[in-house]
Design a protein around this ligand. Structure first.
Ligand code: ATP
Ligand code: MG
Length: 217
């Protein structure tokens, strides 16, 4: 790959944060962005759904029933995929090609976990929809921030604020999501790393940085 001055540039790395509610995805994604920047890397931070004008409009519909009706579950899957397709082509791939690192707070695995394992749509179908949407742009590293569902909700309660539509789902739904994530980590061990986040933030930050340094080699 060459940049606009004709010099060779290495492709950046693509890192995603996944896991059940309240594990610390946003906390650690932001910390990682700061650490990478301090290490002199160009970094792009995106969130899912969203990250493009089309994606942000879709996010609004999904989170606030803005269309005046709750999207049915099939629509929800396709809206997430649509947002993702746009983000991959307009933002993620161009950033990686210019050598930036991309850090994403949730990505395709969230659909497999929430709509597949959680909601009960066929998991293989969710994976196929994701493949169509992301067109080969798999993360180099997926950090699965894992903790018991009740611990995650206790943290969210401390954080305060209103629960969104997905957070209000029944506890069993979130248990299926968590188990689904762990199954995915076993299925794709080369990409997934499970991080036990029932520890102080600083310890988790250090472990994540170790894992990230290993991908950069
Ligand atoms: N290791 C930790 N120990 C204790 N509290 C933590 C830890 N990591 C994060 N928190 C706190 O837990 C709360 C949830 O963290 P955060 O919002 O980063 O999680 P999240 O995974 O992004 O949640 P959501 O699923 O809602 O997006 C925050 O108040 C955060 O400060
Ligand atoms: Mg978050």
């Amino acid at each position: 790959m060459t940049n606009d001055k004709g010099r060779m540039t290495a492709r950046g790395k693509f890192i995603t944060f996944e896991g059940p509610e309240g594990g610390g995805k946003t906390t650690h994604a932001r910390r990682l962005v700061e650490q990478l920047q301090a290490a002199g890397r160009q970094v792009l931070y995106t969130r899912e759904p969203g990250g493009t004008p089309t994606g942000e409009a879709i996010r609004d519909i999904l989170q606030h029933d803005k269309a005046g009706e709750a999207p049915c579950s099939e629509t929800e899957v396709l809206l997430f995929a649509a947002s993702r397709a746009q983000l991959v082509r307009h933002v993620i791939i161009p950033a990686l090609e210019r050598g930036a690192w991309v850090v994403c707070d949730r990505f395709a695995d969230s659909t497999t976990a929430y709509q597949g394992y959680g909601r009960g749509f066929p998991v293989e179908q969710m994976i196929a929809i994701n493949e169509f949407a992301i067109n080969g742009a798999q993360p180099d590293l997926t950090l699965l921030l894992d903790l018991p569902v009740s611990d995650g909700f206790a943290r969210l309660q401390q954080r305060g604020g209103q629960k969104d539509r997905i957070e209000r789902e029944a506890l069993e739904f979130h248990e299926r999501v968590r188990a689904g994530y762990l199954a995915m980590a076993q299925r794709w061990p080369e990409r997934f790393r499970v991080v036990d986040v029932r520890r102080p933030v600083e310890e988790v930050t250090a472990e994540i940085w170790n894992l990230v340094e290993r991908v950069s080699r």
